[in-house]
Design a protein around this ligand. Structure first.
Ligand SMILES: NC(=O)c1ccc[n+]([C@@H]2O[C@H](COP(=O)([O-])OP(=O)(O)OC[C@H]3O[C@@H](n4cnc5c(N)ncnc54)[C@H](OP(=O)(O)O)[C@@H]3O)[C@@H](O)[C@H]2O)c1
Length: 337
């Protein structure tokens, strides 16, 4: 019998610091019908990403916050099961921001057809999706690595970090990954080909970098901010580029930490620090996606996914990601492909 119920996860309350499962609520409603000009999409994969922590905070940002009672925002890959627009047909696989729910209608304006030939459908949310694009452009356009450069990346085993380090290797750089468990460090070295790894929970990042990178750091891809970034800054070379991608160490804090003021290192090293949002590069995504799909097919670029089953488990998985429980790109398998 075809499903009739649509399960959705809404924001129930705003956490001050670490979110809890009670900040989210599962609600059920009938599966919606598409109006003229719309499609009905069945979600197969939901992406869980650190930016969502910002969206449940009622503070000015680059996007408006999710309101209490509203469905959580999130990127999905799903199947069009009914279309009332010539732009899509039933059976099309699409990627868009339809939120934490099993079914959604859309006018299609924010939907992209997924090319099944590029890779497994889940990759449209990971290595060939938003995190992969972030890694590609944040490293190549913002970090501008040169062959022989030393590149350091934090949150190195995560969705963005694992791709950053591998592209840096492809570019002929020496790569050091910083991550939060021995297994993650082992993975980036032995499975992904990074040169070195540092476990920031058991090692002193500053002295580890002195040992591993006596020649200094040319590019730092910053996913985390805080004390890890302070330590890396002590090692930057003249002309270094710091690509400020994320500051996850700060996202669960009611007030950001006041870090040591080491900006003088940018002056003395004539270095550049640049923040970016991946959407800036949207016009070039298709080219990057095809290039990266080629690297995956040739075995040059690998990826790891961390899959949780069932929409009801999205809140717990999201909360866990904010403290490093995920190992690779975090995805919820919402329904069968
Ligand atoms: N600028 C953009 O357009 C853009 C786009 C996408 C993502 N981002 C940013 O990129 C970063 C990585 O995102 P992702 O999707 O790839 O997530 P991810 O790395 O797959 O998952 C988050 C990881 O962050 C690490 N982490 C959590 N708390 C930490 C802390 N206090 N200190 C250090 N590390 C911590 C954990 O790994 P460990 O176990 O290693 O600690 C956790 O697994 C995030 O900061 C995100 O906001 C930015």
């Amino acid at each position: 019998m075809p499903a009739t119920v649509n399960r959705e996860i809404v924001l129930a309350s705003r956490p001050d610091e670490i979110p809890s499962e009670s900040d989210f609520r599962a609600v059920e409603s009938p599966i919606p019908s598409p109006s003229e000009g719309e499609v009905l999409v069945r979600t197969m994969w939901l992406s869980l990403d650190p930016y969502m922590r910002g969206r449940i905070r009622d503070a000015p940002s680059y996007s408006p916050p999710v309101q209490i009672g509203e469905v959580m925002v999130g990127g999905i890959v799903g199947e069009v099961i009914e279309s009332r627009t010539p732009a899509f047909q039933a059976g099309d696989i699409v990627n868009g921001s339809l939120g934490w729910r099993e079914y959604a209608t859309s006018d299609g304006s924010d939907l992209r057809k997924v090319d099944r030939g590029l890779g497994p459908l889940s990759t449209a949310l990971g290595v060939l999706g938003m995190p992969g694009m972030t890694a590609y452009f944040g490293l190549l356009d913002v970090g501008q690595p040169e062959p022989g450069d030393t590149v350091v990346v934090s949150a190195a085993s995560g969705a963005v970090g694992q791709v950053v380090g591998q592209i840096a290797r492809i570019m002929g750089c020496k790569v050091v990954g910083i991550a939060g468990t021995a297994q993650k460090v082992d993975y980036v070295i032995n499975d992904l080909g990074f040169d070195y790894g540092i476990n920031y929970k058991t090692e002193d990042v500053n002295s580890a970098l002195s040992n591993l990178c006596p020649e200094g750091v040319d590019v730092y891809f910053d996913n985390v901010g805080g004390h890890i970034t302070d330590a890396v800054m002590e090692h930057i070379n003249t002309g270094a580029r710091i690509s400020v991608c994320g500051q996850i160490s700060q996202y669960n804090l009611a007030e950001p930490e006041m870090a040591p003021r080491n900006m003088r290192l940018l002056i003395t090293n004539q270095a550049k620090m640049e923040g970016f949002l991946v959407g800036k590069f949207a016009g070039n995504f298709e080219h990057a996606r095809e290039r990266m799909a080629g690297w995956i097919k040739s075995g040059t670029l690998r990826y790891r996914e961390d899959v949780v089953e069932g929409i009801e488990n999205a809140p717990r998985a999201f909360i866990g990601m904010m403290s490093g429980e995920n190992f690779g790109k975090l995805l919820v398998k919402v329904s069968e492909e």
